[in-house]
Design a protein around this ligand. Sequence first.
Ligand SMILES: Cc1cc2nc3c(=O)[nH]c(=O)nc-3n(C[C@H](O)[C@H](O)[C@H](O)COP(=O)(O)OP(=O)(O)OC[C@H]3O[C@@H](n4cnc5c(N)ncnc54)[C@H](O)[C@@H]3O)c2cc1C
Length: 325
Amino acid sequence: MPTIPTIASNRSPLMTTQSEIDITESLAQSLVAISGLTLKENEPLSRHTSFGIGGPADLFAIPSTVEALCSAIAAANDVGIRPLILGNGTNLIVRDGGIRGLVISISGKMSKIEIDGTEAVIEAGALLATICHRLAGEGLSGFEFAAGIPGTLGGALIMNAGANGGEIGDVTEWVEVAAPDGTLKRVRCERLGFGYRCSALRDAGVAVVRAGLRLKPGDADEIHEALCDRISRRCAKQPVSSPSAGCIFKRPEGDYAGRLIEEAGAKGMCVGRASVSSKHANFMLNLGGATAADVIGLIDATRELVYDRFAVMLEAEVCVVGEDI
Ligand SMILES: Cc1cc2nc3c(=O)[nH]c(=O)nc-3n(C[C@H](O)[C@H](O)[C@H](O)COP(=O)(O)OP(=O)(O)OC[C@H]3O[C@@H](n4cnc5c(N)ncnc54)[C@H](O)[C@@H]3O)c2cc1C
């Protein structure tokens, strides 16, 4: 039997060096000088993830414009720091030691939506729910698949989020990204490498800034009805009101992770205050007070049970970032 891969520990050094402190302080000084940017220090990331879990970010910046975002990325690049871009934190486990350096949060801020005929140009911080309703109101169809997915457009493009047979890559014409030096580049869809819950953007180290989507004309009432139908089916099947990060594992070839986990007897299994949902076995829940270590322990234990029973190695869909305590 092969070794079951576990989510690798990422242990922080016992002490932050003086030069790391100096770099963070010098970056903080550059960031406060950027207009349209709010800066916080030691911000608990548990406030910004749907799991309600995660240690602090040394620096936490909230740009309200694309210009402020690019200036922050460039300032971080000048001191050798690659910031983590945070969308709505709905597909993310932040380890308990948090994130050294800079987190840039764009959820709900950079969120302009401009519509011209069947093309929509939308900033990355726009919530998918807001986009669904705006497009429906304009009688534009093609985005209904996203009903009930709680992320931002940027996070959806990174993950190629999808449901009900549709995914964001199907309607994307181009994406504008900020490179590590803060310059903007437009990339056409053919070069974005969209696949099942992945895209070439994920490992490119860029920030998604805005995207051009191509929709189809449709009937506004029918589109609204389709959105409501998808949301109520989701509520019936998923524990949507409990803190989670949605599906933890990708669908394995020809099967469903939820079915395998349920058949392996893992429904309801707990590690610390994290539990496999008894409503949908591919969801893990924070029962209140769970740590990232609890969730990661539960992911590893579930994967091992499924492997022992079915010889199928489940692959995590959720992103894991940060340092252990
Ligand atoms: C109840 C529930 C149901 C869900 N259902 C679905 C579903 O049906 N289908 C589905 O695909 N997903 C689903 N998800 C998962 C999640 O909502 C999606 O993956 C969503 O697209 C993540 O967007 P986000 O803004 O929350 O990204 P985050 O969780 O904030 O970030 C995810 C990753 O993208 C990166 N990122 C985010 N924004 C940017 C940006 N602008 N530029 C560069 N990098 C960025 C982050 O650094 C991180 O690596 C569900 C989650 C929950 C909690």
